[in-house]
Design a protein around this ligand. Structure first.
Ligand code: GAR
Length: 213
């Protein structure tokens, strides 16, 4: 088996997606070498510490600008050897200079079927619209808000949902399956842009994880 892929995970809150990564791919296909948080005192930091993963807080207010925050955070992640950056409930925007530092990739999990309902409050936006099918997207991050190429998506019919908490609880298992699955595909080198449409990610049909989860 090849060496685990060194990855960094960026968080802002509860960290259940980080936990899913710690419980599945960490120490196997990937090694989480750093967890960076936009906020102090969040549960995600405790989850990382419980597995002896180095953590740091990069709060926007502690820096002169977002660019300065991005620069310091990118330098730490590079120093830790991260090749892939995973946004797992990271609620801040990253500038182009950060993205350029990680050309192999930055991926994000988002609780809607993109391009519907990008940005903050995706589940609230979907409920307000009145949709009956919800879902989860894992995508590469580009300079826009949740606009990068889609890697995997999964939909869930919830025709009677009324409360964001109810939808989030139903989407959680999908997120926790899809995000590790994408990390495995990435580590396997199984993701490539479609030459005919670079926004469309092709998944190597030989990859052993396709269809799992
Ligand atoms: C997840 O539902 C994730 O999809 C969402 O934040 C939650 C974080 O939960 N991300 C976004 O909305 C990004 N725009 P977690 O901290 O328990 O992983």
């Amino acid at each position: 088996m090849s060496e685990p892929l060194p990855i960094a995970v960026l968080v802002s809150g509860t960290g259940t997606n980080l936990q899913a990564l710690l419980d599945t791919v960490h120490g196997r296909e990937a090694k989480i070498v750093a967890v960076a948080s936009s906020a102090a005192g969040v549960a995600a930091l405790d989850r990382a510490a419980a597995r002896d993963v180095p953590t740091r807080v990069f709060a926007r207010g502690d820096f002169e600008s977002r660019a300065a925050r991005d620069e310091t955070m990118a330098a730490w992640l590079e120093q830790r050897g991260a090749r892939l950056v995973v946004l797992a409930g990271y609620m801040e925007l990253l500038g182009d200079s950060f993205l350029e530092r990680f050309p192999a990739g930055v991926i994000n999990v988002h609780p809607s079927l993109l391009p519907a309902f990008p940005g903050l409050g995706a589940i609230e936006q979907a409920l307000a619209y009145g949709v009956k099918v919800f879902g989860v997207t894992v995508h590469f991050v580009d300079g826009g808000v949740d606009t990068g190429p889609v890697i995997l998506q999964r939909a869930l019919e919830l025709p009677d949902a009324r409360e964001p908490t109810e939808v989030l609880a139903a989407l959680r298992p999908l997120e926790h399956a899809l995000l590790p699955q994408v990390v495995r595909l990435f580590a396997d080198g199984a993701l490539a842009p479609d030459p005919g449409n670079p926004r469309r990610m092709l998944i190597d049909p030989q990859a052993h994880v396709v269809g799992e989860g």
